[in-house]
Design a binder for this molecule. Structure first.
Ligand code: HEM
Length: 449
């Protein structure tokens, strides 16, 4: 087919575009109702964005012809913090790193993460015991527990409580700064020392110092723990037999912190927001969880049997995908699903839209975890439901995240009684989908902490 025979997707009128910017998440979720395949948005003559709402086109962009679609420009902002870590790396270099790092997320790592998660959640429950009858910002609490988990998964006991507090403060600030840089129409160049840039540099330097000091200590340690950092230090490139440079390890460690933290916090926040609003589903999760986490701590081996817990997590990420859109650029003119995608455009794979597409999801806006009982997560469905992205750049931490979230949920469902205080939480779609001001809950009772 020549390019002249290909279809051009309909364009979102400018007035509607401006209106839709105010409520981006609603726009994303409703888009497939009017534009089931694809639409063009952006500013005419300045910026052309193809928004992909169709699973086959999504698969084409993210998998079948992924080499034509490097990451969108926005990722350059993240590169200030993450250097050439997996999220911001491209091409051959990315492939080399992905091949090297993937094995670190193996079964034994997951088993260690499981024990770390259970211990961190027990500490959280002890804290909450003191808060009975009081209100908590659930999102903030989840942020604290998940940073603890990721820090210990990477560094075991090389990080103290004070270190974790610093990491938490700095990672949150840097995440927010990257978000606001991505949002602003005019991006002030990084070299200009604005107060914000100076603070960002200071926070990056503090994290660097911490990460490098741990790396240096490890290099002389006789019996290092088999944590994620050690697996990164021990990994060897097949062609050279050499390991990563300290700089590359630093970039990968920072990437794991930044990529794995906020996404998990958002997913847990939305899950409990939904559960509190859907009592029968919460009750069903509690029933299942009591078996594994009621009178004892759950084990790694229990997780595959937490079937309802997994359905709850999937349904929550369907309704509120923690990463609502993944962004790419088109290098060359291309054809996908009979449409022309012009070179030099942006391509936004609308995960939130795919998750609400009327062709695939009956009662798409309802919370119904049971729908996942009969939904094959593999095969063609991979690009209809894709909270972790798709194709070769699919999230490397997806098993880590699912394990961590299922264990936390089982422990909370079986041991904590909570009430929802913030009844109408707005989703804010930036790089991730945040609950505005966090989800506030009242702790009624904590059992057995
Ligand atoms: C609910 C939790 C999570 C969600 C929803 C999520 C989602 C995603 C998505 C959608 C992508 C693909 C981005 C793209 O194609 O542009 C991605 C990539 C990535 N994620 Fe996650 N993620 C989660 C947790 C984690 C965790 C816990 C880690 C690390 C321990 C992690 C590390 C990464 C990395 C390193 C990449 C880049 C992979 C590559 O390009 O090769 N993520 N994630």
């Amino acid at each position: 087919m020549t390019t002249t025979e290909l279809k051009t997707p309909p364009r979102l009128p400018l007035g509607l575009l401006l209106e839709s910017m105010k409520k981006i998440f609603t726009t994303l979720t409703l888009a497939p109702q009017k534009y089931p395949d694809m639409l063009i948005t952006g500013i005419p003559g300045v910026r052309r964005v193809y928004m992909v709402n169709n699973p086959e086109i999504a698969q084409h962009v993210l998998q079948k012809n992924y080499r034509n679609y490097p990451k969108a420009k926005g990722y350059e902002v993240l590169a200030l913090l993450l250097g050439k870590g997996l999220v911001t790396n491209e091409g051959e270099n990315w492939h080399k790193q992905r091949t090297l790092i993937q094995p670190a997320f193996h079964r034994e790592t997951l088993r260690r993460i499981s024990a770390i998660t259970v211990s961190a959640t027990n500490q959280l429950l002890q804290r909450w015991k003191e808060q009975e009858g009081k209100e908590i910002n659930f999102t903030r609490e989840m942020a604290e527990v998940t940073i603890d988990i990721v820090a210990k998964s990477l560094f075991t006991t090389d990080v103290t409580h004070n270190h974790i507090q610093t990491i938490w403060r700095n990672v949150n600030f840097l995440n927010e700064s990257a978000d606001s840089k991505l949002r602003s129409a005019v991006r002030i160049p990084w070299v200009i020392p604005t107060p914000k840039h100076q603070k960002m540099r200071k926070y990056i330097a503090e994290l660097d110092e911490l990460v490098y000091s741990i790396i240096n200590r490890r290099e002389t340690e006789k019996n290092p723990p088999p944590d994620l950092l050690q697996l990164l230090l021990d990994a060897r490139y097949e062609e050279t037999g050499k390991g990563m440079t300290d700089l590359q390890i630093r970039d990968e460690v920072m990437t794991i912190f930044m990529a794995g933290h906020e996404t998990t916090v958002n997913a847990l926040s939305w899950t409990w927001y939904l559960l509190m609003k859907n009592k029968p589903e919460a009750e069903k999760l509690k029933e299942e969880s009591i078996k594994f986490a009621g009178g004892r701590d759950p084990a790694f081996e229990d997780v595959p049997a937490m079937v309802y817990g997994k359905n709850v997590m999937n349904e929550s990420m369907r309704l509120y995908p923690p990463v609502p859109v993944v962004g790419r650029r088109s290098a060359q003119n291309d054809e996908a699903g009979g449409y022309l995608i012009k070179a030099g455009s942006e391509v936004a794979v609308n995960i939130a839209g795919l998750h609400h597409h009327p062709a695939y999801w009956p009662e798409a806006f309802e919370f119904k975890p049971a729908r996942f009982e009969h939904f094959d997560l593999k095969g063609d469905n991979r690009f209809i439901f894709m909270p972790f992205g798709g194709g070769p750049r699919i999230c490397i931490g997806n098993n880590f995240a699912m394990l961590e979230m299922q264990l936390i949920n089982a422990m909370l469902a079986s041991r904590v009684e909570m009430e929802l205080v913030s009844t109408d939480v707005k989703p804010i779609a930036l790089v991730t989908l945040k609950p505005e001001n966090g989800v506030v809950m009242k702790i009624v009772k904590v059992k057995g902490a």
